[in-house]
Design a protein around this ligand. Structure first.
Ligand code: SAM
Length: 220
């Protein structure tokens, strides 16, 4: 079927471009052992894409909204210089505990700061002296517009906001689908359409996580 075709193609490319990574493998295993749905993390190819993007823009500061077990956070923090920082916002205390353990195992505790609680409130409480270079939004999709508005406040001009899972197997374009998560991302698209402060585009993706997509927005 088409899903196994996506997975096979992803694995084929990864076999050339992504080295085996015992640390990230044990991060996923430890997350799984805690009973957390570790498979909803970004794929290795997507993690490396975020990593390379941060290197390309010479990012120093990253904000992640929704961190699960820290898989994407670790990919991203590895791209930061010694004085860089990734702030990870996570609602669930069990997930936050997994993040702390996994980040320590990856030797990144000095670069990753976890804030536990509802991300919208955590974002509103942030007033960093230095703005973020990139914000990665990957939490409850119902709140995507709220997160995006705060992300715009917190990211520098010329910075990037990426929103995960906007492809959703084409569900947004299905007029009969009214799932709250789908409606949340539709609302974000309507918001961006009329927003003069950003330009955005959706890059649909296929691979081992199925048919999905990243929304890439540039803060003007
Ligand atoms: N970015 C992670 C990765 O790729 O490794 C995956 C994140 S997972 C798809 C979504 C996460 O958002 C979950 O850990 C969930 O607990 C968290 N979350 C859900 N609602 C939230 C909220 N209101 N505030 C903060 N985090 C929330």
């Amino acid at each position: 079927d088409v899903e196994s075709l996506f997975t096979r193609s992803d694995h084929y490319h990864n076999s050339y471009l992504i080295k085996p990574d015992p640390i990230l493998e044990s991060v996923q295993q430890n997350t799984k052992d805690k009973g957390i749905d570790y498979e909803i993390a970004v794929s290795p190819a997507q993690g490396k894409f975020l990593h390379l993007l941060l290197l390309s823009i010479r990012a120093k500061r990253v904000l992640e909204v929704g961190s699960l077990g820290g898989y994407s956070a670790i990919w991203m923090a590895r791209a930061l210089p010694d004085d860089g920082e990734l702030v990870a916002l996570e609602l669930e205390p069990l997930h936050a505990q997994a993040i702390e353990e996994n980040v320590a195992h990856a030797d990144l505790s000095s670069k990753i700061k976890v804030i536990v609680g509802p991300a919208h409130q955590s974002m509103q409480s942030l007033h960093p002296a230095q703005p973020f270079d990139l914000v990665f939004i990957d939490a409850d999709k119902q709140n995507n517009t709220n997160y995006f508005i705060e992300a715009k406040r917190l990211v520098r001009k010329g910075g990037v906001i990426i929103v995960d899972n906007v492809g959703r197997k084409g569900r947004l374009a299905d007029p009969d689908n009214h799932e709250a998560s789908v409606e949340g991302t539709r609302e974000l698209l309507r918001y961006i359409k009329d927003d003069a402060e950003v330009e955005g585009t959706t890059i649909h993706t296929v691979g081992e996580k199925g048919f999905d997509g990243f929304l890439y927005a540039f803060r003007k």
